[in-house]
Design a protein around this ligand. Sequence first.
Ligand code: DX5
Ligand code: ZN
Length: 216
Amino acid sequence: MPIIAPSLLSADFLHLKEAGDLINRSEAAWLHLDVMDGRFVPNISFGLPVIAAMRKATNKVCDVHLMIEEPEKYAQAFKDAGADILTVHAEACQHLHRNLQQIRSLGMKSGVALNPHTPISSIEEVLDEADLVCIMTVNPGFGGQKFIYSMLKKIEKLKESILKQGTNTMIEVDGGVTLENASAIVKAGADVLVAGNTVFNAKDPELTIRLLKNMV
Ligand code: DX5
Ligand code: ZN
């Protein structure tokens, strides 16, 4: 069964406490928090104060996805705000190996995200340093986009690489996850499903989380 990580980006920002309560009641084990800087991606979302507030609102794993340039400058600050997992983009890191080590040394799980065009080969040498690889299945920056189906092969390829190297790296899939495609994504090898629009715009978000979790 996959871990479900609802993405706060699609929540009602006027009612973040309710979003936290919903996650707490639900079978989601993680809360996915998207930080955008308007430079790495063409959008600005939220930052440290919102993460710190959500940290108080939930005991679930805070899975922070940094879509920002120079993420190494802020790793300590996100640790202090309450991040359990900190994911940086391979494309935003000049020294990815060092950045992943930095995240672990601060006491967080390390994650690396790949844009749709970035090949698995760009991170094969650092798999050992990554607790999680996030395969972007949309171009990052916005919620509610369409899943890019050619990414299913990429997920399979990453799974093979992890098995071959024998690391404990988890595969997270982020972007356009729906009740319709979740099963194929899990079959391809995903351990964690991020879902923004599918959860927060559902009639019954808790039920939707349960259905996503029971995908085989
Ligand atoms: C996109 C973000 C995603 C986004 C997913 O740049 O990284 O986490 O919130 O939203 P949906 O599930 O609506 O595609
Ligand atoms: Zn994300």
